[in-house]
Design a protein around this ligand. Structure first.
Ligand code: NAD
Ligand code: ZN
Length: 350
């Protein structure tokens, strides 16, 4: 397969404490404003670094309730009606959910379209408002990726576009100090799984494999004792870069079904799915289980009594929407290798 041309992330500041330098990344335009959307869980850090001023507008985002929905972006745009012409930069500070909200605001405003109209492949035609990503929990790789993922009540899908990529990011490993252990592992496992899906996929190439292999090495070191957040902070970014230059795989295709139908959050949903994918990812699943057991993470058994047919049907439909991940996992003839019944059988193991 020809290597697809993808934008790479242009600007990055790295290091513990580097959140202090966020405003250095804002393009210089003295008459305009910066909007910071941040996860409410990191309110203390954010309000100690930035204050609401004439030039800075702070918006808290509650990511605890659910993954981002398309309507939430429209609500914020409406609520803050009037400020948008003066906004020159949007900063997202939080996990994948909050960073995706920042990306969604940027792309939706610049294109004059709702998120629902932008979900899919390469739909936006205009670059978004200048955007800066600052992860506060590590693994999603949203800081590096060219997608912003939203639910709309029927499906979960990304705005996959060069314009969904941040213009600058800050990787500050100190920001995840307050994340509870279980959540740290779920999100870190997202990174581990990105790397496995990239390496084992048919889109793999020398650039993607270099990043994924190093990220897996850092994940292994990180999972040994969970002491060094620098390892997972950089692994998350490298895993994201690997995916930018390849694609996720079958675990993500199936996990979106769990998120859309049961509201299970991305990190945990991926763990539940990966746990039953030995036929596809072999030894990587054994390593995954050893880590999960070491930290006494109980993965729930979702369907001990089977699955309602309409629920199963909707999960399978969501999975089949994920054409590129499935093609990456199984090749261009993936439809001959993974039919509806086989997808149902995998869900029934969970
Ligand atoms: P998240 O953003 O959903 O946050 C998970 C939890 O961690 C939340 O309760 C949040 O409040 C809390 N949290 C975050 N930072 C914290 C901190 N420093 N201290 C204490 N608590 C903190 O989690 P995530 O796993 O990073 O992201 C998952 C979301 O990202 C999903 O919506 C998923 O679809 C999306 N995603 C996007 C991409 C992409 O490339 N755009 C990639 C993977 C996942
Ligand atoms: Zn993921």
């Amino acid at each position: 397969m020809d290597f697809r041309i993808f934008k790479q992330l242009p600007r990055l500041i790295y290091g513990p404490g580097s959140i202090k330098r966020a405003l250095e990344l804002v393009p210089d335009n003295i008459n305009q404003k910066t909007l910071i959307i941040y996860d409410s869980a990191v309110e203390q850090v954010v309000t100690s670094e930035f204050s609401n001023t004439e030039k800075i507008i702070l918006i808290p985002y509650n990511s605890k309730k659910s993954e981002p929905y398309t309507y939430e972006v429209a609500e914020i745009i409406e609520k803050y009606d009037g400020i948008w012409p003066d906004i020159k930069a949007i900063v997202g500070i939080g996990g994948g959910s909050t960073m995706d909200m920042a990306k969604g605001l940027s792309v939706s405003l610049a294109n004059g379209l709702n998120i629902d109209q932008l979900q899919g492949w390469d739909i936006p035609t205009k670059p978004g408002i200048y955007k800066i990503g600052i992860p506060t929990i590590f693994g999603s790789g949203s800081e590096a990726s060219r997608t912003a993922v939203f639910h709309n009540g029927v499906k979960k899908q990304g705005i996959n576009s060069d314009y969904s990529m941040f213009d600058s990011i800050i990787i500050d490993p100190s920001l995840s100090a307050t994340v509870p252990l279980q959540q740290k592992i779920y999100t870190a496992m997202d990174c581990y799984i990105h790397c496995v899906e990239s390496l084992e996929g048919t889109y793999i190439n020398q650039i993607a494999s270099g990043y994924a292999e190093k990220a897996l090495d850092y994940c292994d070191q990180y999972f040994a004792d969970l002491q060094n957040d620098e390892l997972i902070a950089v692994a998350s970014y490298y895993g994201g870069v690997s995916i930018v230059n390849s694609e996720v795989g079958i675990c993500h295709a199936l996990s979106y079904g769990l998120s859309i139908e049961l509201g299970i959050r991305h990190g945990l949903a991926n763990c539940i799915v990966f746990n039953v994918l030995d036929d596809y990812y072999g030894e990587y699943c054994s390593i995954f289980r050893a880590i999960i057991e070491k930290y006494e993470i109980d993965l729930p058994r979702l369907f001990p009594d089977g699955i309602e047919p309409d629920v199963l049907d909707r999960m399978v439909k969501q999975t089949l929407l994920m054409e590129r991940p499935l093609e990456n996992a199984l090749g261009s003839s993936w439809r001959d290798k993974l039919n509806r019944e086989q997808i149902e059988q995998i869900y029934l193991k969970m």
